[in-house]
Design a protein around this ligand. Structure first.
Ligand code: FES
Length: 172
C-alpha cells in the first residue's frame, strides 16, 4: 500500500468508534430536554422576579425632547428619558402641530417599532405588526396591546413629553 493511502497515525493512536460516538440514546435525549426545559423555566422565573423586585418607575414631570423644527412633518425622532429604566421612545410629527410619543418597544416581543409616514402607521418589522400612530392601538399583526403613550406638549417651539393622565390614557 502506498504511504499516502495509509490512515494517519492519530487515527490508530486515538481510535474512535463512529457509530458509538454519534449515537444518542432516548434516555440521553430526554435528559437533555429536561435540562433545557428546566433552564428555560429558571430564566422565565428570573425575569418575573426581577420585574417584581424592580417595577417600572412612573415617569415624573415634563421632559424636554427637542426643538420643534428638528423633526419635520412625517418625521420621527428616537429618544430616551434617563432615570426611567432607559426605555426607548419615539416622537412622531404627524401633521403640522400634531405630535405623538410612544414607547418604541413592540408589545409583542419588544422589537423596535418605527413610524412609516408612507403607510401612515407605526410598523414593527419583526412580525409585521402595525399600530395606529394617533392612538397606538394595534391595527394588524400579533402585538397583544397598544403601544404605551406619552403626552406631548409644544411650548415656544420646544417639544416636551410627560406621562399620560390616568383618566385620559390615550390620545384620540
Ligand atoms: S415583536 Fe413586534 S410584531 Fe412581533
Amino acid at each position: 500500500m502506498a504511504e499516502k493511502d495509509k490512515d494517519p497515525t492519530w487515527k490508530s493512536d486515538f481510535p474512535i468508534d463512529q457509530e458509538e460516538a454519534t449515537h444518542v440514546s432516548r434516555r440521553e435525549f430526554a435528559k437533555f430536554l429536561g435540562l433545557f426545559s428546566g433552564a428555560l423555566a429558571l430564566g422565565n422565573g428570573a425575569i418575573v422576579l426581577k420585574s417584581l423586585a424592580f417595577p417600572d418607575k412612573e415617569l415624573e414631570g415634563e421632559h424636554f425632547i427637542c426643538e420643534e423644527n428638528e423633526v419635520p412633518v412625517g418625521g420621527m425622532k428616537q429618544f430616551e428619558i434617563h432615570g426611567t429604566k432607559d426605555i426607548p421612545y419615539i416622537l412622531i410629527h404627524l401633521e403640522e402641530g400634531e405630535w405623538r410619543a410612544f414607547e418604541q418597544k413592540c408589545t409583542h416581543l419588544a422589537c423596535a417599532v418605527r413610524y412609516r409616514h408612507d403607510l401612515g402607521q407605526i410598523e414593527c418589522p419583526c412580525h409585521q405588526g402595525f399600530f395606529d400612530p394617533r392612538t397606538g392601538v394595534v391595527i394588524q399583526g400579533p402585538p397583544p396591546r397598544p403601544l404605551p403613550q406619552l403626552e406631548v406638549a409644544v411650548k415656544e417651539g420646544k417639544v416636551y413629553v410627560k406621562s399620560m393622565s390616568k383618566d385620559k390614557p390615550y390620545n384620540v
